[in-house]
Ligand binder design. Structure first.
Ligand code: XMP
Length: 509
C-alpha cells in the first residue's frame, strides 16, 4: 500500500490514479488521520499532496513530526514539499519577488543522478503552481532540480528516502511526471507492482458486500458506460438483491436497448426494462426549443423511474454511477449554463431509500472502462462513445417524431458501420448523425424529391470542453453519403459539419 496523504489539493485523486497506473495499490487518507492508523496500514511509501495553504501559517494543515522518524519514504508534492521542508527545519516564506512565484509551464532542469529522475531527460517542462518559496532547505537535503527562476524546484534526502517537488508531477502538463512517480514507487519504495484492476474489482466487491449486507439496492440504468459498470459491479457483489431499472425512452441508437438488456443477462438480478417510447414521444410532440426538450426528457425520466421504484417499495440503497470527474464538475461553481446536462443520476424526489452508494466515485473514465472489462461486460458497452442522456431528441433539430427518430437511427447506424470498417472510429472521440430540420430539392431516378438533409458530425477532443472537427477521409464520407441516401427513405442530402467547439458545441442542441 502507498498512502496518499490529502492536504486539500485539487489533484489528489489524480495522484492516486497515477499510482494505480504504475500497478501499485494506494489509498487517499485525510491529513488528520492519526499516525497510529497510518502505521497500521503498513505502507511502503507516503505521498503528501498539494494544498491551498501556506505552511508557515498556524492554521494550515500539519503532520505529526514523528511521521519523519518512522522510516517510511515520503514524496512531497507542492504544499507537501513545503510542509516537509518546514517541519524538518527548513524555511518557507512568501515569495518576495515575482520571479520566485511560479505558475504554469516552467522549463525545469533535473539531476538524473537523483533516484526520482533516473533514466529521464535532463530537462523538461513541469507544471508549477506555488506562491511560496523555500528560502532554506532542511539539513540533509540537497537540490535535485531547478528552473531559471528557482534554485530548489526539487529537494532530496536520499538516505532517508525523502523527496520533495514544487511542481505537480501528476498532471499531464508535466513531461515525464508519471515516470517520476514510478521512480519513487519502484526505486525508492521498492513496490512489487503487481496490483491490477482485477484486484480493485475484488476489493470493491468485498466492500459493497460488507456495506450492503442483505439490504436491497436500486439503480437507474441508462445504458451508458458509467451506470452499466456500476450495475455490473453491484450485480457481481449482491446479485439478486439488486434491481436495475432501465428506462428505454425510445431515443437510443439502433439496437441499443436490446444490447443493454443482453449485456446483463448473465447476472441473476432483477432487471426491469421499461418501454417508455410512446410516453416520451407524446410529451415531446410539437416541442422545438432545445432546453425545453431537455427539461421534458429529464423530468419524464425521473417520473418513470419513480413509478417503478414505487412498485418495488422501500430499498436500503440507491446506487449511482457517479465517477470522479462528475464529483469535481458538480463542485465547480457558477459557469454559465450552456446546456442543462441530463444525467440519469439526478436524484428522484419520491424514492424511498436510506443511503446512496456510488461505487465508482473515485475512478476516472478509462479506469471505469477497464473495470467494466474485468467484470465481463461486452466491448460495445465498455468502449461506447459518449451519448447524451436526452439521446436522439437533441440530434433531431425541431420537433421529434417517431418517423424522424427512425430515419436518424438508420443514418447513424450506417455512419458507425462504415467508420468501424475502416478503423476510422478509433481516431474519433465522438461521431454521429443528426437530422437537420431542413428539407431541400433533389432528383432520384427521374423524379424530383423534397427530403431531409442528414448532418454528419465527428470530433476529436481530450476533454469535450473544446473539440476540433475531424478530418475524416473523403472516400469514407462518400461511401456513407451514398449509402444513406440510398438506404434511408426520406433523406436526399448529406452534409458534413466542419465547425469546431467553440463556437459550435458537439451536439446540435
Ligand atoms: P456539448 O454538446 O455540450 O457536448 O459540446 C459535450 C459532451 O457532452 C455530451 N452531452 C451530454 N451528456 N447528458 C450527458 O450525459 C447530456 O445532457 C449531454 N449533452 C451533451 C455530448 O455528447 C458531448 O460528449
Amino acid at each position: 500500500t502507498v498512502i496518499v496523504l490529502d492536504f486539500g489539493g485539487q489533484y489528489n485523486q489524480l495522484i492516486a490514479r497515477r499510482v494505480r497506473e504504475c500497478s501499485v495499490y494506494c489509498e487517499v487518507k485525510p491529513y488528520t488521520t492519526p499516525l497510529e492508523q497510518l502505521k497500521a496500514m503498513d505502507p511502503i511509501g507516503i505521498i503528501f499532496t498539494g494544498g491551498p495553504n501556506s505552511v508557515y501559517l498556524e492554521t494550515s494543515p500539519h503532520v505529526d513530526p514523528e511521521i519523519f522518524t518512522w522510516g517510511v519514504p515520503i514524496l512531497g508534492i507542492c504544499y507537501g514539499c513545503q510542509l516537509m521542508a518546514h517541519t524538518l527545519g527548513g524555511q518557507v516564506t512568501e515569495a518576495q519577488e515575482d520571479s520566485a512565484r511560479e505558475y504554469g509551464k516552467t522549463v525545469t532542469y533535473y539531476d538524473t543522478g537523483c533516484k526520482l529522475f533516473h533514466g529521464l531527460p535532463e530537462q523538461g517542462v513541469s507544471w508549477m503552481s506555488h506562491g511560496d518559496y523555500m528560502a532554506k532547505v532542511p539539513e540533509g537535503f540537497r537540490l535535485a532540480a531547478h528552473s531559471d527562476a528557482c534554485p530548489n524546484v526539487a529537494i532530496a534526502d536520499e538516505a532517508r528516502g525523502f523527496y520533495g517537488v514544487q511542481y505537480h508531477p501528476e498532471v499531464n502538463h508535466t513531461q515525464h511526471g508519471t515516470d517520476m512517480i514510478r521512480n519513487f514507487l519502484y526505486e525508492v519504495c521498492h513496490a512489487a507492482g503487481d496490483w491490477t484492476m482485477g484486484d480493485y474489482k475484488n476489493t470493491a466487491i468485498a466492500q459493497i458486500r460488507e456495506k450492503v449486507g442483505d439490504g436491497k439496492v436500486l439503480l437507474a440504468l441508462s445504458g451508458g458506460v458509467d451506470s452499466s459498470v456500476a450495475a455490473a459491479l453491484l450485480a457481481e457483489a449482491v446479485g439478486s438483491q439488486l434491481t436495475c431499472v432501465f428506462v428505454d425512452h425510445g431515443l437510443m441508437r439502433k439496437n441499443e436497448g436490446d444490447e443493454v438488456e443482453r449485456a446483463f443477462a448473465p447476472w441473476d438480478i432483477n432487471f426491469i426494462r421499461v418501454d417508455a417510447e410512446t410516453r416520451f414521444l407524446i410529451k415531446l410532440a410539437g416541442v422545438t426549443e432545445p432546453e425545453h426538450k431537455r427539461k421534458i426528457i429529464g423530468e419524464e425520466f425521473i417520473r418513470v423511474f419513480e413509478e417503478e421504484a414505487k412498485k418495488i417499495g422501500a430499498v436500503d440503497y440507491l446506487a449511482q454511477g457517479t465517477i470522479y470527474p462528475d464529483v469535481i464538475e458538480s463542485g465547480a461553481g457558477d459557469a454559465a449554463v450552456i446546456k442543462s446536462h441530463h444525467n440519469v443520476g439526478a436524484l428522484p424526489d419520491h424514492v424511498d431509500f436510506k443511503e446512496i452508494i456510488e461505487p465508482l466515485r473515485l475512478l476516472f473514465k478509462d479506469e471505469v472502462r477497464q473495470l467494466g472489462r474485468e467484470l465481463g461486460l461486452p466491448e460495445y458497452l465498455v468502449s461506447r462513445q459518449p451519448f447524451p442522456g436526452p439521446g436522439l431528441a437533441i440530434r433531431i433539430i425541431g420537433d421529434v417524431t417517431k418517423a424522424k427518430a427512425d430515419m436518424l437511427r438508420e443514418a447513424d447506424a450506417i455512419f458507425r458501420e462504415e467508420a468501424a470498417l475502416t478503423g476510422e472510429d478509433r481516431r474519433l472521440s465522438q461521431f454521429f448523425a443528426a437530422l437537420t430540420n431542413m428539407r431541400s430539392v433533389g432528383v432520384m431516378g427521374d423524379g424530383r424529391t423534397y427530403d431531409y438533409a442528414i448532418a454528419l458530425r465527428a470530433v476529436t477532443t481530450d476533454d469535450f470542453m473544446t473539440a476540433d472537427w475531424a478530418r475524416i477521409p473523403y472516400e469514407l464520407l462518400d461511401r456513407i453519403s451514398v449509402r444513406i441516401v440510398n438506404e434511408v427513405p426520406g433523406v436526399n442530402r448529406v452534409l458534413y459539419d466542419i465547425t469546431s467547439k467553440p463556437p459550435a458545441t458537439v451536439e446540435f442542441e
